[in-house]
Design a protein around this ligand. Structure first.
Ligand SMILES: N[C@@H](CCC(=O)N[C@@H](CS)C(=O)NCC(=O)O)C(=O)O
Length: 220
C-alpha cells in the first residue's frame, strides 16, 4: 500500500493530485507545520532523514523529493503520463520536471525568506537595516530572475496546452506547485497563460478530490 506523508500547505499537494489522477489505492498520513516556525514536525524524520514532505512509502520502498516520487509513481503505475522514448515531448517532460525545483523554486524560496526577515526583524533600527538589505537583494537579484522565469513559462504555455505538449504528463504535476504558489496572493495578471493553466488544473476532478482529501492548502 502506498502511503503519502503529507504536510499541510506544501509541495505534497502535487503528489496527492498525481495519486488521484492515477486512481491509485493509497493512504494519507497527515503532518502539521509548526505554527511558529512553519517547519515540519520531527516525526517526518522517522520516514526520511531530511524530514521534508512529500515523501512516500510503498511497501519496503521509501521515495523522497517530489520529482523522484513523480518519476517513481509513473514508472510503477502510470506510464501513460510519460511521453514516448526519443520524442520531443520526452525532452520537454524532462526539462520541466527538473526546471520546477532546479530553477523556478529557489528564487521563490529566497523571496519567502526575505519576506519573513522583513516581517520579523526587531527592534526598529534592526528592522530598517534588514529591510534595506532585503530590498537590495530582492530587487537587484531575485526579482529579475523570478520575473524572467515566469515570463518564460508564460510564453511556453501560450503555445502548449500542457508542459510536454498536447497531453498531461508528470511534468505538469511538478510544475503545478510553484505556479500555484506564485499566483496564490492574487498576483500574476501579467501572466495570462499561467493563470489559465492553473485554473485548468483546478477544474480537474482528480485535483478537486486531492484538495478535499489533503485538507489545508493555501495555494489553490
Ligand atoms: N525539493 C524538495 C523540497 C521539499 C521541501 O522543502 N518541502 C517542504 C514543504 S513544501 C518542507 O517539508 N518543509 C518543512 C520543513 O522544512 O521542515 C521536493 O520537491 O520534494
Amino acid at each position: 500500500m502506498i502511503i503519502l506523508h503529507h504536510l499541510n500547505n506544501s509541495r505534497s499537494q502535487r503528489i496527492l493530485w498525481l495519486l488521484e489522477e492515477l486512481n491509485l489505492d493509497y493512504e494519507i498520513k497527515h503532518y502539521k507545520r509548526d505554527a511558529k516556525t512553519n517547519l515540519a514536525p520531527s516525526t517526518l524524520k522517522l520516514i526520511h532523514p531530511l524530514g521534508k514532505s512529500p515523501v512516500i512509502t510503498d511497501g519496503d520502498v521509501t521515495v523522497a523529493e517530489s520529482g523522484a516520487i513523480i518519476e517513481y509513481l509513473i514508472e510503477q503505475y502510470g506510464e501513460h503520463l510519460k511521453p514516448a522514448a526519443n520524442s520531443e515531448a520526452l525532452r520537454q517532460y524532462q526539462y520541466w520536471l527538473h526546471f520546477a525545483e532546479g530553477s523556478l523554486m529557489p528564487p521563490m524560496v529566497a523571496k519567502l525568506v526575505f519576506d519573513k526577515v522583513r516581517a520579523n526583524a526587531k527592534p526598529f533600527f534592526i528592522k530598517m537595516v534588514a529591510n534595506k538589505i532585503a530590498d537590495k537583494v530582492m530587487e537587484g537579484y531575485y526579482m529579475p530572475i523570478i520575473t524572467n522565469n515566469l515570463s518564460y513559462v508564460n510564453a511556453h504555455l501560450q503555445n502548449s496546452p500542457w508542459f510536454a505538449g498536447e497531453e498531461l504528463t508528470g511534468a505538469d504535476f511538478q510544475m503545478s506547485f510553484p505556479l500555484e504558489a506564485s499566483f496564490s496572493r492574487g498576483g500574476g495578471k501579467q501572466y495570462p497563460a499561467i493563470e489559465a493553466y492553473v485554473k485548468k488544473i483546478h477544474h480537474r476532478e482528480a485535483y478537486k478530490r486531492a484538495l478535499e482529501k489533503g485538507g489545508e492548502y493555501a495555494y489553490a
